[in-house]
Design a protein around this ligand. Structure first.
Ligand SMILES: [Zn+2]
Length: 318
């Protein structure tokens, strides 16, 4: 259990409307058995799921928030509430497996030990493999009394349609730029990196915060200077690939995609060059290769990518 789950969460400022609508549903006894929170990585789906689970388990809510002092909240704060289970990939990019989903479903279908709700959260639910998804479906088809299952997902299309259709879907959009900037300034103490972090995080506040706090932002800026070097011809593809040797291949592809997206958006007014779209396809193939094989030669893959990038860039300049 992480520190995050052993503290009482509050919804983020831009989640107020969704939070209010959930609470209205609780008041009139219209809570669904399964909720699916979806939206881009870094909009706060996980935070909202945790916060709502805590609110549902609390025995004496104050203004719809978990009180922090009842028996149930004390169990939550100790990270040992028997009626809350949380499932998520063991690490980024890993699958959620069928045995874990079966255990979660069994737990969800037994009587609540604290006499209230039983709540299960599946974070990054799109990471369930097909067997895991099928195991979950059974639980979704036969919901029991006071049970609530909350799924979160960045990639709605990657979930089985039968799972999507059995959940009440709640989209969490990317909040507006002013709200994100204000919030990030507040939590980082006006970090100088705020606007760059928002830019490389597609406006998603928690991802931007992660980029600032983890030092990833600096790595991304170095990476962008490498691809700009390749584009301008000051760096060979081999040297560029060597400079990226210590970076994670999947991250590189994500960063590259984001860079390209900004490039296309900025050039969008005058019509982005076709070669940029071809290069985007090239990145999608690289991502598939990295996901399907564990022993990809990253140096060779990157050299190939950078070679095509140099060509795309020079085609774009002509
Ligand atoms: Zn409480």
């Amino acid at each position: 259990m992480t520190d995050e789950t052993a503290s009482l969460a509050r919804p983020l400022p831009w989640q107020k409307d969704v939070w209010d609508s959930f609470n209205r549903a609780v008041e009139v006894n219209r809570m669904p058995h399964a909720l699916l929170l979806h939206g881009s990585n870094g909009v706060g789906k996980r935070r909202l799921a945790l916060c709502f689970a805590q609110r549902m388990l609390c025995l004496a809510t104050v203004d719809h928030y978990a009180c922090g002092t009842c028996k149930s909240c004390k169990l939550l704060l100790a990270g040992s509430h028997p009626d809350l289970s949380i499932l998520e990939p063991a690490e980024e990019g890993k699958k959620i497996l069928v045995d874990d989903v079966r255990k979660l479903c069994t737990k969800l279908n037994t009587t609540a030990q604290q006499g209230g709700w039983k709540i299960s959260l599946i974070m990054d639910a799109d990471a369930m493999n097909i067997n895991a998804s099928n195991a979950l479906l059974k639980s979704l088809e036969e919901p029991q009394g006071k049970t609530l299952l909350i799924l979160t997902s960045d990639r709605l299309h990657a979930l089985l349609p039968t799972i999507r259709s059995r959940c009440q879907k709640q989209h969490l959009p990317v909040p507006n730029l002013d709200i994100v900037t204000h919030w990030l300034n507040e939590v980082t103490g006006n970090s100088a990196d705020v606007s760059k972090a928002i830019e490389v995080s597609n406006g998603c506040p928690l991802l931007a915060l992660h980029n600032i706090e983890s030092g990833t932002l600096g790595m991304r800026q170095d990476f962008e200077s490498v691809i700009e070097g390749v584009a301008s011809g000051t760096l060979t593809s081999m040297d560029a690939a060597q400079r990226c040797a210590k970076l994670n291949g999947n991250n590189i592809v994500d960063w590259y995609m984001n860079y390209l997206h900004r490039l296309v958006t900025n050039e969008g007014q005058g019509g982005a060059d076709l070669s940029l779209f071809h290069f985007q396809d090239r990145l999608i193939s690289a991502r598939k290769l990295l996901l399907s094989q564990s022993n990809v030669n990253q140096q060779l893959l990157l050299e190939g990518l950078f070679m095509d990038w140099a060509q795309s860039s020079s085609a774009g300049n002509n």
